[in-house]
Design a protein around this ligand. Structure first.
Ligand SMILES: CC(C)(COP(=O)(O)OP(=O)(O)OC[C@H]1O[C@@H](n2cnc3c(N)ncnc32)[C@H](O)[C@@H]1OP(=O)(O)O)[C@@H](O)C(=O)NCCC(=O)NCCS
Length: 159
């Protein structure tokens, strides 16, 4: 059996919030109070939160929000966050969850996925570039703690 075949992605439930806030504190706190920010996103009706599990263990989560639709135009999905437990990183779990989020975005007719990631977050940059995202823009002082970020984007139409 392939190592990623046992992975299941599903919508997050209220009981997943503790996992999500703990993991956010672990992996995002150097950029700001993301356990609080992510918790607030979770409560927003417009934010889609999904978790990835393996044999009933939750390994990671991701969140997206649909961008406002331009009149007669197409819309994008904004990936707000994606995080995998450090001890389960680098075994294809993030990629499986990102693929799932792209599918979710397509169901809402999104034609592209956009995101921001920190310039100093080399694993994330490699991860997104490997998945087909391209760097579109640089912004200094993007995060609450002052780090610069890169805007990245990927078309969803030809998958
Ligand atoms: C970024 C993140 C989600 C990647 O998840 P992951 O499960 O480790 O990623 P995968 O195992 O699916 O990796 C897929 C590919 O991405 C690239 N990649 C992932 N982690 C990498 C790293 N640390 N260094 C270099 N390339 C990396 C590789 O090309 C990898 O393929 P390979 O292992 O066959 O070489 C994970 O590192 C994470 O949770 N980081 C902390 C939170 C974060 O920074 N999130 C992104 C900003 S919102």
């Amino acid at each position: 059996m392939n190592e990623t075949e046992s992975l299941i992605s599903r919508p997050a439930k209220k009981k997943d919030l503790e996992f999500i806030t703990k993991l956010s504190a672990q992996v995002f706190s150097r950029y700001g109070h993301y356990e609080e920010i992510v918790s607030a996103w979770f409560e927003q009706g417009a934010v889609v939160t999904e978790v990835i599990t393996e044999k009933n263990n939750t390994l990671g989560f991701a969140m997206l929000v649909l961008e406002r639709k331009k009149v007669f135009g197409s819309r994008g999905a904004h990936l707000l966050a994606i995080g995998i437990l450090p001890e389960h990183q680098r075994r294809g779990v993030g990629r499986a969850l990102l693929n799932h989020m792209e599918e979710v975005a397509r169901k809402y007719n999104a034609v592209e996925m956009n995101l921001w990631t920190a310039v100093d977050n080399e694993p994330a940059l490699s991860f997104f570039q490997k998945a087909g995202f391209e760097i579109k823009r640089f912004e200094s002082y993007y995060y609450p703690r002052g780090q610069a970020a890169l805007a990245m984007s990927k078309g969803l139409e030809n998958a």
